[in-house]
Design a protein around this ligand. Structure first.
Ligand code: GTP
Ligand code: SPV
Ligand code: MN
Length: 656
């Protein structure tokens, strides 16, 4: 029975919309809201919810004016109903070749994260972003004032869910009940987002119970696909408002507000918005780290197991490394997470990590039985694909799966047009097309992947796409040098966001689009982790930089990558164990030739080019880093990081 709740509150006087609006805003009250009397709850019992949850729902109802409210319980039956409804709306199509898998095709204007429309709201600009040099456009996040934040919401949200159902999605980032986990509630009008959140997070009644029983504080996430100002939808099956997309974060209120996009990190708010942007601000306050990192476990032939975290920018190989099949005999690799790590010291000063997510939102193109069989296996059931191509036998297709197409099978590209292998000139799948699959599907998911205590981290890798100059691997001299290496990371841009040209961009710590607060303060926080560890009597993880993407003069990768990366991991393990298997270079420690197990690969590799460290290149690199720090970070740069850059310059200058 639908519930109709009569409310005695007066809309748009504080505190009715107080969570979204700063204390200054009360004047923009649209009169059309005054006749909101109650709301129609079609699933769930609102009377059982704690006041703060009820208030959040009711504020959102007043603002967005949905026709119905559905409180999600996360059940199978609920999911089935949502899937059926998405099928009817033609938002998704079935993929009968697999078990309970679907393909969503988006509006072509809604295909990736929109970094330029992503903002952090704080009282003072310098809390959110660094102060760039005068006249320079800041590239380390966008700040928005509390007033503009309120205005942005009031320009978009009033009445935005009219005619739609508002879903209330309680979710946990991290295993429910883990001391390292945090909970959130996402309010959304997208069924696709609800189904995706059910894969990507622990979602439903158990989480709501946690909020009720433990009076847990939750991150407030409001999302709407929106409607263009004209009122006309470009695509009925994928409503969105690309011209007015905005993704807002207010760390002080643990609040996220996202409008206009239903795609990936823009809309699945537990992921980048919560686990990284809001997460990094919580982590700073509470003394831990929220990072754009995979977590893997690797067991060597002697049976010892170590866990490693690695930060690579978007579409630079995290999912692939996290699930890699080692080519090196005797090694097994297991996956804890492929995108985000929350890391905290335990009482003994051991850094421990959890994967706050419950699924993989992985890049489809390039994924194949050869490159990542574990990811392929993970997406054969209960998976939602987005913007890949499909085949006439009810399967999926993307660049990299050419060998899987049986004779007579035809392909339809991500835009719905016929596509022919070897003939069509455009890609069949969008370069940022993705699979959204439950982590539990992965054949090599680690036995401890849901351990509430997390797994012990022995090493941290940084890396990016560096076609020139940067060797396959080098090790930091110490923690401070490692933090500097992370801060100076650069990588070729990819399709994960709106950047078009293939340019080498700075992407410090692989977090450039995901910092929730001033990057200078973030670096201070990283540096301080060492003191925390010392006090607890622990040992800091070793830090390395890897580059699978160095190219030769003909533009060919010098390193085969994927499973062969196990050879690099093996060297990392040796270094964790303290083997003296390195040689010093001006940029850090690289493997001695005999310590990198290359076996039969050796004859095919140009090792000299793979490890070449050139004075000219690194002088330019150091200059480039200095310019970046001066222009972008300025006075916010910790002195210790500048000192590390000075040391690098000295060492490179003295190279012969
Ligand atoms: P996000 O999900 O956007 O954060 O990306 P990610 O870091 O998880 O990247 P992913 O593993 O999905 O890889 C992105 C692309 O890089 C895919 O097309 C892969 O095929 C390719 N790739 C991954 N690992 C390697 C490697 O070792 N060598 C080469 N040459 N390509 C790789
Ligand atoms: C990334 O861009 O780093 C992703 C995909 O992992 S998204 O969820 O869209 O952020
Ligand atoms: Mn990512």
């Amino acid at each position: 029975m639908p519930q109709l709740i009569e409310k005695a509150y007066t809309p748009f006087q504080k505190p009715v919309v107080g969570h979204y609006l700063s204390s200054t805003a009360t004047t923009t009250t649209p009169s059309k809201f005054n006749n909101i009397r109650g709301y129609n709850v079609v699933n769930g019992d609102i009377s059982k919810l704690p006041l703060k949850v009820k208030t959040f729902i009711e504020e959102s109802v007043v603002l967005c004016q949905p026709d119905r409210v559905h409180i999600c319980d996360g059940s199978e039956i609920e999911n089935e109903i949502l899937i059926k409804s998405l099928l009817e709306a033609k938002t998704i199509i079935p993929l009968p070749k697999y078990e309970n898998c679907y393909l969503a095709r988006t509006n072509p204007a809604d295909v990736a994260r929109v970094e330029s429309k992503t903002f952090i709201c704080t009282e003072l600009r310098e809390q959110a972003v660094c102060t760039p040099r005068a006249g320079v456009q800041g590239a380390l996040g966008n700040w928005i004032s509390p007033k503009d934040y309120d205005d942005a919401i009031m320009k978009r949200f009033p009445g935005c869910m009219k005619g739609r159902t508002m879903y209330v999605v309680p979710f946990s980032m991290g295993p429910i009940g883990s001391p390292l986990s945090k909970v959130g509630i996402e309010i959304t009008d997208s069924q696709y987002v609800v189904c995706s959140m059910r894969i990507m997070t622990r979602m439903g009644a158990l989480v709501m119970d946690e909020i009720i029983n433990k009076s847990a504080d939750f991150v407030r996430c409001l999302h709407s696909v929106g409607t263009p100002e004209s009122g006309k939808l470009a695509m009925e099956s994928w409503p969105c408002d690309p011209d007015r997309v905005i993704i807002l974060h207010k760390p002080d209120n643990n609040e996220i507000v996202s409008y206009g996009s239903a795609y990936g990190g823009n809309a699945i708010l537990g992921k980048k918005c919560f686990a990284l942007r809001i997460g990094s601000t919580i982590a700073q306050r509470e003394g831990w780290l929220a990072e754009h990192m995979l977590i893997l476990g690797v067991t060597c032939p002697n049976g010892t197991k170590k866990y490693i975290a690695a930060a690579f920018p978007s579409a630079c190989g995290k999912t692939n490394l996290a699930m890699m099949t080692p080519t090196l005999p005797g090694y097994t690799l297991e996956c804890v997470g492929d995108d985000i790590a929350w890391m905290k010291f335990d009482a003994n000063g051991q850094l421990r990590a959890i994967n706050p997510e419950n699924g993989f939102f992985g890049v489809a193109p390039g994924t194949s039985a050869e490159t990542n069989p574990n990811a392929m296996a993970a997406c054969t059931k209960n998976t939602i694909f987005t913007n890949v191509a499909y085949t006439s036998d009810g399967g999926v297709f993307w660049e990299g799966l050419e060998d899987t197409i049986e004779p007579g099978v035809t392909i339809t590209d991500w835009l719905g047009n016929p596509w022919e292998l070897g003939v069509s000139k455009t890609p069949a799948a969008h370069p940022n097309s993705r699979f959204c699959a439950p982590a539990g599907n992965c054949p090599i998911i680690d036995e401890k992947w849901e351990d509430p205590e997390g797994v012990p981290i022995s090493a941290i890798l940084f890396g990016g796409r560096r076609p020139q100059g940067v060797p396959l691997i080098y090790e930091a001299l110490n923690w401070q040098h490692g933090v500097f290496i992370g801060s100076a990371m650069r990588s070729e841009s990819t399709a994960a966001a709106e950047h078009k040209a293939k340019v080498i961009m700075h992407d410090p710590m692989a977090m450039r689009p995901f910092f929730g607060y001033n990057f200078g303060n973030y670096l201070k926080h990283w540096l301080e982790m060492e003191e925390q560890c010392d006090k607890l009597g622990g040992v800091m993880p070793k830090i390395f930089h890897v580059n699978w993407f160095r190219k030769d003069k003909n533009g060919k990768f010098l390193w085969p990558g994927y499973g062969e990366n196990s050879r690099v991991i093996d060297w990392v393990l040796k270094r964790i164990d303290g083997y003296h298997c390195y040689q010093e270079t001006p940029i850090g420690l690289i493997p001695t030739p005999e310590s990198l197990k290359l076996d039969n690969l050796k004859s095919q590799l140009n090792l000299k080019e793979l490890f070449l460290i050139e004075r000219e290149f690194w002088l330019k690199e150091a200059d480039e880093i200095q310019t970046y720090f001066d222009n972008q970070v300025g006075a916010d740069l910790p002195k210790k990081i500048q000192q590390q850059l000075n040391n690098l310059k000295d060492r490179v200058e003295n190279m012969h």
